[in-house]
Ligand binder design. Sequence first.
Ligand code: AMP
Ligand code: GLY
Length: 420
Amino acid sequence: MNVMIVGGGGREHAIAWKLSQSPRLGRLYCAPGNAGIAAVAECLPVGAEDIEGLCAAAEEKEIDLVVVGPEVPLSMGLVDALNQRGIRAFGPNSKCAQLEGSKAFTKAFLARHQIPTAGYREFTDQKELLEATGLYGYPMVLKADGLAAGKGVVIAETEEEAKKAIGEMMGDRVFGSAGDKIVVEEYLRGVEASMLCFVDHNAIVPMESAQDYKRIFDGDKGPNTGGMGTYSPSLLFDDGLMERIRGEILEPTLRGFQQDGLDFQGVLFIGLMLTEEGPKVIEFNNRFGDPETQSVLARLESDLLDIFEAVTENRLAQQEIRWSAQRAVTVVLASEGYPGSYPKGREITGLSDVDSDVLIFHAGTKAEGGRVLTSGGRVLCVTALGATHEEAREKAFANVERIHFEGMQYRRDIGLIHRT
Ligand code: AMP
Ligand code: GLY
């Protein structure tokens, strides 16, 4: 089978690495890819949001399966466009992609199917929202309805902060049309965890759990990022919690998809808050998480291509999925200034000094004249496996220290437990 992956970050590198182990794989392409992905796939100079270009490339390269990494092309209807041309794709169609593309759509879905989540109200009128500040007390959770590259959520501690955020979102339109509708939510207290699930029309199958570290600095300080590191399995999960998640969240979600005619095929990423009352859904994403995928796929023993194919044929329930008992820890190396503006083009050294069993997934890198240069905010992901969580953690950090680029920043506390 010829496969094309869409995207060019650490998540797509992990998917490419895993797919390249499949004996059934023919040619592997990635659009646009990066310097690391180029070692396992042929990178095509087509942007991940160029729907027409991607469809044309899939036809030209005789692709049997397109795997879509990021959320934007899914919301733009890439899967629908490929299917119309008779090309199979792993990822939800645009109707299902609203589960990430619109917070209000997901809140209505969760409410309709009695799935535990924070109480909410939606607003399209700035004046009405200004009058409702403190609706659920403080902190006040304000969410731009649409896609905002992970930046559309504001947790305002005071009325002043809430009013400022409302002015920026609805008045100044800092998130463009994504902020024309605002969802206000009850503030949930607890610890967050990520649960990625394979989904087809008949089944929802959770992958191994993962813990993400979203803030830029140690101790969960500073602004939110795309994710600064992960580990898998989560140390917060036990069988009792998993049972509750299955019964209260996963099963009603699948039934809800079926009742609402949401023919989801792909990965549903459930952001959970583990509260005193039990697990609640913070958000749905409709794709693999980044950098959750790096830690989770590093532990997958089954053939990923078989799983992707089973999902697109609605055979997921019969598909065997095996996981390694090893533990995984992933540390993200980011550019100076990230998640704000950052320089590009800095040379990365030490990549050949890492242990042979440590995985280096490239996120924002570019090859130039035999050198590897930084080209993004998140630059590299270092994933180590170990028989114990501590062993994986120590191995990851020992290898991180062998890699250098000017201004490199990373969190030293990835793998340590934080309770917020
Ligand atoms: P989201 O993009 O919806 O995942 O929100 C980004 C981050 O905001 C989450 O990872 C949480 O840390 C926080 N957050 C979102 N919704 C809530 C909520 N209702 N209560 C508390 N924290 C929240
Ligand atoms: N790591 C969080 C995300 O992929 O959205």
